[in-house]
Design a protein around this ligand. Sequence first.
Ligand code: HEC
Ligand code: HEC
Length: 270
Amino acid sequence: MREHGFFSKTNRVGWVSTVGLILLTIVAAIVAFVWLPSAQADFRAQGLWDSICRAAGVPSKWIAGTERGQDAPTVSTNVVLLPAMAKPASSASVGRGATLALNCTMCHGALGMSRSDAPNLAGQYPEVIKKQMLDYQSGKRQSSIMAALAMSLTEENIADLAAYYASLPKARTAPTTYDEALPALVRVGDPMRNIAPCISCHGGVDQKLGAPWLEGMPKPYLVQQLEDFKHGRRKNDGQQQMRNVARPMTDEEIDSVATFYARKALPGHE
Ligand code: HEC
Ligand code: HEC
């Protein structure tokens, strides 16, 4: 009697190759989804789905919606910038802020114009002061001096201080414009190195919410901040906006943009 069905002689070849195919698929899946991804230095997959997306080449930042840049999984700041944070405050708030600011004058100057190399606060955008103070509080921006001071303030105190400093005249009122000689990085950036022009975020063409007023800042402060962003010592900038700008910059470029932004110091405050 001739054999029929799956185990028949004629089918044996097909059967062996089917099992072989299944085994091959399993081995390939293990290699692709488990072994290869885990051999990658930055492997931080959160399960099989993550591994599959990764193996398929999906950029890691799409996978979990969390920031997974160089400093991930640490979040760079806890502060969510809202347009309301930039709104002008009441005069009562400014008054309370002026009283609180007596604790700040020693370093930031009587009217927010520093005579040491601390940053000027006069005319600084309110949302910038709020964000930076909250980042000092949470330790996302590190400074032993400022952390101790920020710790003793409530969120309302901070809002009042921001209102007060925002009400003071800026180091110089005119923002950067295209009408003057500008360093190339300020004017056009460097597309080849992915550096966006400073003027597109820091005022001049546009001020991005949360980007500080830089005009007239002490030069050593500007150099220090750019070096800190460049080397990842300061990393409280959301989406690494400033680290990406500063990382490719040379020391000479940092010096030249810092000289440029510091140039607008008021007489006697250079
Ligand atoms: C003992 C000196 C000192 C005192 C007092 C002081 N600061 Fe500061 N502040 C500094 C220094 C130095 C920095 C820059 C630190 C850094 O590199 O992050 C700074 C940074 C800041 C910044 C960030 C500014 C920017 O442009 O990013 C804010 C905002 C600020 N201080 C607000 C205050 C307020 C408000 C007070 C008073 C409650 C105060 N500071 C008191 C020394 C001081
Ligand atoms: C994509 C927008 C963007 C561009 C382009 C940009 N910046 Fe910034 N910059 C920011 C933001 C936002 C912050 C505040 C980061 C934070 O939240 O701490 C900042 C912070 C800074 C600070 C720290 C100031 C302070 O008081 O804390 C300096 C200095 C600075 N930028 C200089 C520059 C220079 C110079 C360039 C051009 C070479 C530049 N930035 C280009 C967005 C930008």
